[in-house]
Design a protein around this ligand. Structure first.
Ligand SMILES: [Fe+2]
Length: 180
């Protein structure tokens, strides 16, 4: 289950109902897939072969197609990040720039953990969504955000796209944003 941390106040929101209600209010899609469906050997594996990636996609084929049909995604792939990823530190530094996209950014976490930092409504400000395996999130188009890893620095996620070519990060220069 995801947890929320409000950056301005440090307040944490836990529990599926509370998290769902909060994210719904912030117009962030939040759903679940059954993380235990994945073969045990892939639930804790972060350096993936092409066969591993194909197996993850086929395990969640029904969930992917259901989401794609409802929301118009045309293609999908797997992203895996860990300390084995070349230049992970540089990548994470690059990620930590608040940005927007002209389409929504959807991720279904299949292993590991990660954080979306999202600019909420004015009364809330920036908040972290701490995600774990089974969590599915979509940050709406034009909503400022960035993605980073948690302390364990490992994650596998399915990404879905409407237009892969149109999924470009536009920097969002926000002087009020405080890096944690
Ligand atoms: Fe993004």
């Amino acid at each position: 289950m995801a947890e929320i941390r409000i950056r301005n106040t440090g307040e944490r929101i836990k529990g599926d109902e509370n998290v769902s209600a909060f994210l719904n209010n912030q117009e962030v899609l939040y759903e679940h897939w059954d993380a235990s469906k994945l073969a045990a050997g892939l639930q804790d594996k972060f350096v993936l072969t092409d066969e591993d990636k194909a197996e993850i996609l086929s395990t969640y084929d029904a969930e992917i197609r259901d989401l794609a049909e409802r929301r118009g995604y045309k293609t999908w792939d797997i992203v895996a990040l860990s300390d084995a990823t070349p230049n992970l530190d540089e990548l994470l530094k690059k990620f930590e720039d608040v940005h927007t996209h002209t389409e929504d950014e959807v991720r279904a976490i299949t292993a590991g953990r990660g954080i979306f930092v999202i600019k909420g409504t004015d009364d809330v400000g920036y908040f972290d969504v701490e995600l774990e395996a089974g969590d599915v999130i979509s940050v709406p188009e034009n909503k400022p955000h960035f993605f980073t890893l948690m302390e364990n620095r490992q994650i596998v996620a399915v990404r879905l796209f409407i237009e892969p070519a149109g999924w470009v990060a536009n920097s969002y220069n926000d002087p009020t944003f405080q890096k944690a």
